[in-house]
Write a protein that binds this ligand. Structure first.
Ligand code: ATR
Length: 469
């Protein structure tokens, strides 16, 4: 009996489209889903000659050639553990499980260890690109067993997105590294989206621009250094009309939600002592947006300025806004990559940031021109302490910081909430401040808690009796 090359468990949208993507590249794919109707629906909709449905887990696993290779595309958390438990009894030493879901990296580390005991090779892989990317070529971030990676690389290479014919997949690092990188990717995505939505708010409220004109501006920006997937789709969003003829963007409720990967990134930043303030503010901005009824009430009670739209030199301000957006985006990526470097040290992952930036260049949500610069910077120096210090980004920062400052101060004076822009500015100013006000924090800590402090004028640790002296 002919055996198939790979099995996919989980026929929700990502699992379905990845199965089709693999089958379209000539591989024979076994598919399985906990609920049989989804498998039947998949086959009814896509009667692909390379896809073979199974309705018993044992038949599914037995249909695979050795080493058996199974891609899990099921809900993260308990469902992933349950699915792994059901297939373990049918697997042999050297077989491979790839978890392509949005698992928390610490769960991936635990699963890696568990499967090691069963001599099963485990890969935790970030897969980005959404529904369309899964079908046409996602960015893939595999971590875990290097041996397993080498075995499945030919498939991953074929199904991944390509940038200048280079596949957007490479081995990220051991155990949880793949899912960690995907988590930070999603955090950067939160920041990118929040910055763009604040830009939209400014264009609409401070410049009084129509949806059509906002779309044109994003279109123009997409031709330059801001070129990215998110700017591209944003441009399209502003021209989309509902069946009623109204612009869809004006009908969509302003309450943003998320699936938790942004929150994980921030929680990790806190545990690594990383100043990831743009991503964190972007997560908080979604939480604040969800307080819709409170915001409606507060809008009637709490005072703010009446917005005075910009009438003169609109073009100038739009260019400043573009510069502010680009610099803030660079700072968000700087923070995300600094977190990756910090995690790499803590977990001994030896992450190659240039290769990670390469994976992000196509197929994923944060693909953008600025990643080409990041690839170059890390290729030259994989341990650079901060991307803003690279010659390329320091030049941009020194040129654009005035614009960011102006956009932030003007928006604040006009009462427009810009958490991501303002945190980019405060991070920038904080980072370039040689002498900060943290000396006072240390004095206060020593005053009330005898927590000690260091001094400029001599080495050592000091404590002062603040009350008596
Ligand atoms: P969606 O992406 O459409 O929101 P989901 O609820 O996240 O779907 O589920 C994704 C996949 O995980 C589905 O294939 C789902 O199987 P069902 O179609 O049977 O619901 C699978 N899944 C969810 N919980 C599971 C569990 N406890 N065991 C096995 N598979 C599970």
């Amino acid at each position: 009996m002919q055996k198939n090359d790979i099995g996919v468990i989980g026929m929700a949208v990502m699992g379905r489209n990845l199965s089709l993507n693999i089958a379209n590249h000539g591989y024979h794919v076994s598919i399985f889903n906990r609920t049989a109707t989804k498998t039947k629906q998949m086959i009814a909709k896509n009667n692909h000659k390379n896809i073979f449905p199974y309705f018993q887990i044992q038949d599914f696993v037995n249909s695979l050639s050795s080493p058996k290779c199974i891609l899990l595309m099921v809900k993260s958390g308990k469902p992933t553990d349950e699915t792994i438990s059901t297939i373990i009894p049918y697997l042999n030493s050297g077989d491979i499980i790839i978890d392509g879901g949005n698992s928390f990296y610490k769960d991936t580390i635990v699963r890696y260890q568990l499967l090691l005991k069963h001599e099963i090779r485990f890969i935790g892989s970030g897969i980005s690109g959404g529904e369309y990317g899964a079908l046409t070529g996602p960015a893939i971030m595999p971590g875990g067993s290097k041996k397993a990676y080498d075995i499945i690389f030919p498939i991953l290479k074929k199904i991944s997105a390509k940038f200048n014919e280079e596949p957007c997949v490479s081995y990220v690092g051991p155990d949880g590294a793949g899912h960690y990188v995907k988590m930070v990717h999603n955090g950067i995505e939160y920041a990118d989206m929040q910055l763009i939505s604040e830009t939209y708010c400014i264009l609409k409220k401070l410049l009084n621009l129509s949806n059509k004109n906002i779309s044109k501006i994003f279109d123009t920006w997409n031709q330059g250094e801001l070129n990215s997937y998110l700017i591209e789709i944003t441009k399209n969003i502003f021209t989309k009309k509902d069946n009623s003829g109204e612009y869809l963007i004006d009908i969509i409720l302003d309450e943003a939600v998320g699936k938790g990967t942004g929150k994980w990134t921030c929680q990790e930043a806190l545990s690594l002592n990383q100043p990831l303030n743009i991503i964190t503010e972007s997560v908080f901005a979604r939480y604040l947006s969800s307080l819709k009824s409170q915001r409606m009430l507060a809008s009637q009670i709490l005072a703010g300025p009446n917005i005075a739209p910009i009438v003169y030199n609109k073009e100038d301000f739009i260019e400043k806004l573009r510069q502010a957006l680009y610099l803030s985006k660079i700072i968000a990526y700087t923070q995300g990559f600094a977190q990756l470097s910090s995690a790499s040290k803590k977990y001994y992952w030896n992450l190659n940031c240039s290769n990670i930036a390469k994976i992000f260049r196509s197929g994923c949500i944060i693909q953008s021109s600025c990643l080409h610069e990041i690839v170059k910077i890390y290729k030259y120096d994989n341990v650079i302490i901060n991307l803003l210090l690279s010659p390329i980004f320091q030049e941009i920062a020194n040129k654009y910081q005035h614009s960011l400052r102006e956009v932030v101060s003007y928006s604040i004076m006009q009462g427009i909430s810009i958490p991501a822009f303002s945190s980019a500015m405060t991070y920038y100013d904080g980072y370039r401040t040689e002498k900060s006000s943290a000396n006072l924090i240390q004095a206060q800590r020593d005053y009330f808690g005898a927590h000690t402090y260091k001094r400029y004028d001599k080495a050592g640790i000091y404590h002062t009796n603040w009350i008596k002296e």
